[in-house]
Design a protein around this ligand. Structure first.
Ligand code: ADP
Ligand code: MG
Length: 367
């Protein structure tokens, strides 16, 4: 974890982004080619299939006998991230992790990424180096190769677009459309932490803006803040499924909250589902933060976002193989389409999943 010392967080962010910093090399002084030289200096390659990385008109990848899986995500300053509390290094890491997560959600192995950035003159060479430090750490963690991209200027703000490329045997690919009635709905890890981390950071930003001398109250909140600033893609599960000799019948990564991801699987698979609130995996720290903000933790699980865990379905007969895996929670079942999507609350009430009446709290945080 390279999370900063949180109490000095906002001050440090201000220094990195401000013009007062002693060491600041303007992008116009090094030019586009100078910048590309800088950002490729620490790039390492891990994949045999990468025949040519950065440095030519196009990268060259050895097309294996497997299927190629491709996914792109764009992150826009002010829409998807706020640099007043998102360190550039974390942002670089997150940009790679969220794309790798989409590849993992297909039950595929990520191999290469390309990174395209648009930068305003507010950014210095040192800022771009910070961003690429995070990108390179993520590439090393997930063993993916940064093989190219594009660099251009923007009028204001920062835009990062990442494309991730992966491979899988055709028979191992997990689509959103494969769930069948009777199958078990599973999630990895715990949910809701990233949303509570965002709430905390937003609150502390307001405090900081009204009084820069105030000490951020982020003590004991490292877990949820870390879930927001540095999410991990569950590539480990792709390997675990392989070891168990099972294939999820459907799968999706949880970027927008559990409710909407369940709906995606149900819509694409033409099925219904039932979820049990009491089965939702929530970390202690998330529970505590939700209590501080007077939000029911299940609301955060269902409608928060950015946890990047996996939601998937397995056949009943595969349950025995995975039931002791501490990374997996069994949260419900797939039903016939006509039954719709239902939630059984802790009080044993049955409520339709789409009509919670709590979507009001999900502000326009994405799109
Ligand atoms: P071209 O003019 O052919 O588009 P560029 O000068 O833009 O080439 O890029 C030169 C090389 O640097 C290419 O291999 C390209 O993929 C790579 N590259 C450019 N920008 C980035 C970036 N932001 N991140 C990673 N690689 C990049
Ligand atoms: Mg180019």
């Amino acid at each position: 974890m390279f999370l900063c010392n949180l109490p000095t967080f906002f001050k440090k962010q201000k220094i990195i982004m401000s013009a007062e910093k002693q060491k600041r090399t303007e992008l116009k002084d090094i030019g586009e080619f100078g910048l590309i030289d800088v950002l490729q200096q620490d790039v390492k390659l891990y994949q045999e299939s990468t025949k040519k990385g950065i440095g030519d008109d196009a990268a060259v990848i050895d097309a294996s006998s497997e299927q190629t899986v491709v996914s792109t995500d764009m992150l826009v300053e002010g829409i998807h991230f706020d640099l007043s509390y998102m360190p550039l290094k974390h942002l670089g890491y997150k940009a790679i992790a969220v794309n790798v997560s989409d590849i993992a959600a297909m039950n595929a192995v990520p191999r290469q990424v390309t990174v395209s950035i648009a930068l305003s003159n507010r950014f210095s060479k040192e800022a771009v180096e910070e961003l690429y430090k995070g990108i390179n750490i993520a590439c090393e963690n997930y063993k993916v190769d940064l093989v190219g991209g594009d660099t251009t200027s923007s009028r204001s703000g920062l835009v990062i677009s990442v494309t991730a490329i992966g491979t899988a045997k055709e028979e191992n690919l997990a689509y959103r459309s494969g769930a069948k009635p009777g199958e078990i709905l599973c999630v990895t890890g715990d949910l809701g932490g990233a949303y509570m981390g965002l709430q905390l950071l937003e609150r502390e930003k307001q405090v900081y803006m009204s009084n820069p001398q105030a000490q951020p109250e982020l003590k004991d909140q490292e877990y949820v803040v870390g879930r927001q600033l540095r999410p991990e893609a569950r590539t480990d599960m792709v390997h675990e499924f392989k070891e168990y000799g099972i294939k999820p019948t459907s799968m999706i990564d949880i970027s927008d909250g559990l409710a909407s991801e369940v709906m995606h699987i149900c819509k694409n698979s033409e099925v219904g589902a039932v979820l049990y609130e009491e089965k939702f995996p929530v970390a202690e720290e998330t529970l505590k933060a939700a209590m501080d903000f007077h939000i029911p933790s299940s609301t955060v699980v269902l409608n928060g976002g950015e946890d990047y865990e996996l939601l998937f379905t397995i056949k009943q007969e595969d349950y025995e193989k995975v039931k002791h895996n501490p990374n997996i929670s069994f949260i419900g079942y797939i039903l016939e389409k006509e039954k719709g999507t239902q939630l059984i609350t802790k009080g044993k009430q049955v409520v339709p999943l789409q009509a919670q009446g709590w979507t009001h709290f999900k502000q326009s945080e994405d799109e």
